[in-house]
Design a protein around this ligand. Structure first.
Ligand SMILES: NC(=O)c1ccc[n+]([C@@H]2O[C@H](COP(=O)([O-])OP(=O)(O)OC[C@H]3O[C@@H](n4cnc5c(N)ncnc54)[C@H](OP(=O)(O)O)[C@@H]3O)[C@@H](O)[C@H]2O)c1
Length: 336
């Protein structure tokens, strides 16, 4: 059987570009004992995977991605052949598989089983009901739950994590302020996602001043998706005993040298700020319970899913690049 994949052709420098990737067609090998063959029917594009495209990026989650090999990602797939008794044909999975039409799953792979009959459109299980929705949930429930009226500032606020985080902040009665990169996307934050105010990170007065203008009483909680100068500007605006949840650092994944910002970490001491990291991957045991809560909010109309969708394996890398350029309004997904 033929299998089409997107391979890493070059190591991206800065933001990824389409020619860093290439379409490759190969033959699928037969599966061995304990393996499964799945058909990927949607690929999730997640900014964090850009980090593992760097040569020196390997860590306890993933090794650095090898050149010439299919790019690792997250997919939604269905089992079409199995030699593993834990999985039956027809099982639906969310798994860490490569950008391919078909994948072979082995013991030890990161795989979460989904209900056979999905209650919501399948792409929701990669976004609002997947890793990114859950990251927003963990940040605002377990790490830094807001009190009513507190100001929650969120970077990459119109993206996959940010679009859900802003809505959850509102569910808890907080004032939600989002950071994005264009007037059009700032309008999306306010008019579609329900943010109370928006900051354009490209504003000529600089990010710190732009945040101050819409957060005159300071920031109580900052959900950091991007690091760098945005994190520095947020720290400047944090209140005494504010809390920062470090969810991700897009600017560091794409940085061509060592990051030069933030340069104001002493303010964490002087303002007694708590900063805590989050890696949703380590909360795998809680996925089913969290998904139920998010499903309840969706059913009650308190939460909405927004998606930036493309079609076809040949558009997976295109969608990935668009996400870094801020062209995504919500979660980026490609249907295969
Ligand atoms: N800790 C975890 O378990 C976990 C799980 C999932 C995701 N994450 C992290 O969450 C973050 C968001 O991921 P996502 O998949 O939801 O991506 P996303 O927010 O949908 O897309 C990334 C966004 O980052 C912003 N951005 C790009 N370059 C930037 C720059 N130089 N400075 C500031 N902002 C920039 C852009 O938004 P604007 O143009 O609108 O500003 C872009 O659309 C990533 O850091 C990711 O690693 C962490």
């Amino acid at each position: 059987m033929k299998n089409r994949s997107i391979i890493l052709a070059k190591r991206p420098i800065g933001n990824p570009k389409s020619d860093d990737f290439a379409l490759h067609e190969g033959e699928l090998p037969d599966i061995q004992d304990n393996e499964i063959l799945v058909k990927n029917f949607a690929i999730s594009l997640d900014a964090g995977f850009r980090n593992w495209m760097n040569e020196d990026a390997g860590d306890e989650i993933l090794p650095a991605m090898p050149l010439g090999e299919p790019v690792m990602g997250l997919s939604l797939c269905e089992v079409i052949e199995t030699k593993n008794s834990e999985y039956a044909v027809g099982d639906k999975l969310m798994a860490r598989f490569a950008w391919q039409e078909y994948s072979i799953g082995k013991p030890g792979d990161f795989i979460a089983k989904l209900p056979r009959d999905l209650s919501f459109p399948y792409s929701y299980y990669l976004g609002v009901l997947g890793d990114t929705g859950m990251s927003a949930y963990f940040a605002l429930t377990e790490i830094a739950p807001p009190k009513e009226g507190q100001t929650v500032l969120i970077s990459a606020a119109g993206g996959a994590v940010g679009s859900i985080a802003g809505q959850i902040a509102k569910i808890y009665g907080a004032r939600a302020v989002g950071i994005s990169s264009s007037p059009e996307k700032c309008n999306f934050l306010i008019n579609d996602l329900g943010y109370d105010a928006a900051v354009n990170r490209k504003a000529p007065e600089g990010q710190a001043e732009a945040i101050k203008a819409v957060c005159p009483d300071g920031v109580d909680i900052f959900l950091d998706n991007v690091g760098g100068e945005t994190l520095q500007a947020a720290i400047t605006n944090m209140n005494h005993r504010g809390r920062i949840v470090m969810i991700g650092a897009v600017t560091h994944y794409t940085s061509e040298g060592p990051p030069t910002a933030p340069n104001n970490l002493f303010e964490l001491s002087s303002k007694e700020i708590t900063a805590q990291g989050l890696m949703t991957h380590f909360r795998h045991d809680e996925y089913d319970a969290v998904r139920q809560q998010l499903e309840t909010w969706l059913s009650e109309g308190k939460l909405k899913s927004f998606e930036h969708k493309l079609n076809g394996i040949e558009n997976v890398a295109v969608a990935f690049c668009q996400m870094f350029d801020g062209k995504n309004f919500g979660k980026t997904v490609v249907d295969l």
